[in-house]
Design a protein around this ligand. Structure first.
Ligand code: NAD
Length: 256
């Protein structure tokens, strides 16, 4: 049985990971890391600790849905002391934190996905195809998430924008805009807009629009349950545990 440790166990996704693991036939919950007290009950025999080193030692695989600062603490400890395969779902990582994942991946298998849903992987592929095929279309990406989401735009929207830009040999950092306000003039040809809406309890909606004269295509993905992310992370974790040290994407794990 694969023993999984959850980092960010008291969060929205962390709780769902614990729930999903109770029904899993190949993996179980070995350990949860909590900063303070755990406000709810977890299955008997599961280690609860606020010591990251003990947490790492007690698990065959780590799944992280926490915060960028917490992910950095986890990676620092894993690099220095206890190496374990780690699935990282935390979003909003800055350049330094992203680089840290690469450094860590020289010592252990690391899989990072800003979205653990299979549907988003397919959406990303479709967006690449449309972007390179309809080269003259104006690309506008819109995402909406619940009011509690801290980072903006979503990691998924940024990923979609990057894929669309690369499909046209453009550098996303030069063509991305994130808002329009005032007398900004007409739209430039290459710009890729990424707009973020926040409200209610929306789990996650991403649309990628390709606008031409006389027609347009909009590709839309709706996540209707957060359990999608929890199940996706467990699935890719089962794949990651069999891999060599290295840095992997969800596409590597799903092979599509
Ligand atoms: P949440 O705020 O409900 O939970 C965050 C968890 O991280 C809590 O358990 C909190 O105690 C812990 N945490 C925060 N800062 C910490 C620190 N400094 N040290 C230790 N623990 C710390 O958030 P959530 O909705 O569960 O999302 C968690 C992360 O996962 C966010 O970055 C979110 O954007 C991301 N997310 C990713 C996907 C995906 O598919 N990759 C899907 C949904 C959410």
């Amino acid at each position: 049985m694969l023993g999984i440790g959850i980092f960010g166990a008291t969060g929205r996704i962390g709780k769902l990971l614990i729930e999903a693991l109770q029904k899993d036939k190949e993996a179980n919950l070995s350990c949860v890391y909590v900063r303070n007290e755990l406000q709810y009950s977890i299955p008997q025999g599961v280690l609860v600790t606020n010591d990251i080193s003990v947490f790492l030692e007690s698990s065959d695989l780590i799944i992280d849905f926490s915060s960028p600062e917490a992910t950095k603490l986890l990676l620092d400890m894993a690099i220095d002391k206890v190496q374990r395969p780690i699935v990282i779902g935390t979003t909003g990582l800055d350049k330094m934190q992203q680089d840290l994942m690469i450094v860590a991946s020289q010592k252990m298998p690391i899989l990072y996905a800003s979205n653990m849903s299979k549907g988003i992987v397919v959406l990303n592929k479709l967006a690449q195809i449309v972007s390179s095929t309809l080269k003259d279309s104006d690309i506008e990406i819109v995402e909406i998430h619940h009011r509690e989401k801290k980072d903006s735009p979503s990691g998924t929207a940024l990923r979609l924008a990057k894929s669309c830009a690369e499909a046209r040999d453009l550098d996303i950092n030069k063509v991305r805009i994130s808002g329009r306000d005032g007398m900004i003039g007409k739209r430039s040809k290459d710009e890729i807009a990424v707009m973020a809406l926040r409200g209610g309890d929306v789990v996650g909606r991403h649309s990628v629009g390709f606008y031409l004269d006389g027609e347009y295509i909009e590709l839309i993905h709706n996540a209707t349950s957060r359990m999608t992310f929890a199940n996706g992370a467990i699935d890719v974790g089962k794949w990651l545990i069999k891999q060599k040290n290295g840095f992997y994407s969800i596409e590597d794990a799903l092979r599509f």
